[in-house]
Design a binder for this molecule. Sequence first.
Ligand SMILES: [Zn+2]
Length: 224
Amino acid sequence: MGLNMFIDFHTHHDRKSTDLINLQTLHVTPELQSESLPNTCSLGLHPWFVQLETWESAWANLVVLAKSTKVIAIGECGLDRNIDLPMEVQIAVFQRHIELAETLQKPLVIHCVKAFSELIALKKNTKSSIPWIIHGFHKKIEVFQQLLNHDFYFSLGTAILSDRSPVIQAIATVPNGKFLLETDDRIDVTIEQIYNRAATLRQVPLDTLKSQLVETYHQLTSLS
Ligand SMILES: [Zn+2]
């Protein structure tokens, strides 16, 4: 893999370019087929779409599909305080993802809204050895520091484009090796824009940032 690639570590869109690693995330349904998986992807049950009646059959399909070498990471999955699904169900579904990621030695891509203390407790209690990567992180520096202390990784996205976002401090100071970049569901933003902004805020040349993130990507995704 060339050191001069861009990596979009979390996107809901299928983009192709010779200088791009596009880690497309898919919510698994019972019907999803292995033939329809993108070449580089991340699979999970997103808490927004977990339904009490159907999630077990979607889960059974995920367990099969996740073995594919196309599947680089498990998720997005996680905890969201803003939705109706009871937190104990969310935790039960998330724990399955943790176990699966551990078995397959693939990193976890995490969606977390207002549930960081539960997330930290789960990481401690499960003694998980794989990387836990919080995607779309945009909270203030104190939360960021606490997560960093518990050895979380970060995938940072469009929030860093805003001058007013508290995450500006995080992107400027996050240690090399602890983060990647993403566009998530945005189609009006390119990963190049996110990289350029991150390079400016971190005061490193774009090419340096690109090669650093290729190394980070390698480290987080070649576990076994
Ligand atoms: Zn997403």
